[in-house]
Design a protein around this ligand. Structure first.
Ligand SMILES: [Zn+2]
Length: 232
């Protein structure tokens, strides 16, 4: 009997949550985890759109709320998530993106998963150094012709004012790529995420990865965590 239960548990899809501020490389890393481990990233927006398009009961409920200009309730999002996670392509596991956002949602997600013998296996925080992130964002600009990215401190063109790639001489900066807006974004991120971090720390599933390392190194660190979970 114990052996049967173990086999069932091993087949249960893993549930991962990836946390990280804008610029921490969350999108890139989620894609690498999808490719490397057969995980599926589920973003709240995509889930809602797909459920509405498919006309599932929860999708129809979401549609009428959105049509009335309202916010889709946690219950509806959870119902849609539950439907999606029962699909056959979700064999290895999912990376949740954009949900939960609050500790209330996190607790509701825990309950939903518990009903099918699952749980959040890991909440992985892509940790950044705020001041270094602000410096990164604040100095960046792109070639207006080819889109090549540059940075005031870290990546200047070989010849001042001339794009290395295309020879273009016009560059542009996003209006919101300033130290001030970067600082505001990080502050908002930390305020929103702190309760989630605390929640998953309490459950003993919080993992931290240094997201200031190279993309390859971050991918390697994440791969070790996720590989361990899938093998376990
Ligand atoms: Zn260029």
């Amino acid at each position: 009997m114990a052996a049967v239960r173990e086999e069932t548990a091993a087949k249960t899809a893993r549930v991962l949550i990836l946390l990280g501020p804008p610029g921490a490389g969350k999108g890139t890393q989620a894609r690498l985890l999808e490719e490397g481990f057969g995980l599926i990233q589920l973003s709240t927006g995509d889930l809602l759109r797909a459920a509405v398009a498919a006309g599932t009961p929860a999708g129809l409920a979401a549609k009428s709320v959105m049509a009335a200009g309202g916010l889709v309730s946690d219950d509806i999002v959870l119902a849609i998530l539950k439907d999606r996670m029962a699909a056959p392509d979700v064999a290895a596991g999912v990376i949740l993106d954009g949900f939960p956002r609050t500790d209330v949602q996190a607790a509701a997600l825990d309950d939903l998963l518990a009903a099918s013998g699952q749980r959040v296996d890991a909440a992985i925080s892509l940790d950044v150094d705020d001041e270094a992130m602000i410096a990164r964002v604040a100095g960046r600009y792109t070639c207006a012709t080819c889109g090549e990215g540059y940075h005031d401190d870290f990546k200047r063109p070989l010849h001042d004012g001339v794009c290395d790639k295309c020879g273009g001489t016009t560059f542009k900066r996003r209006a919101d790529d300033t130290a001030e807006t970067a600082r505001e974004r990080l502050k908002a991120y930390h305020a929103q995420t702190a309760p989630l971090i605390a929640h998953y720390e309490r459950l003993g599933v919080l993992q931290r990865v240094d997201a200031m390392a190279s993309i390859d190194k971050v991918a390697e660190d994440l791969g070790q965590i996720v590989g361990g979970l899938l093998a376990g």
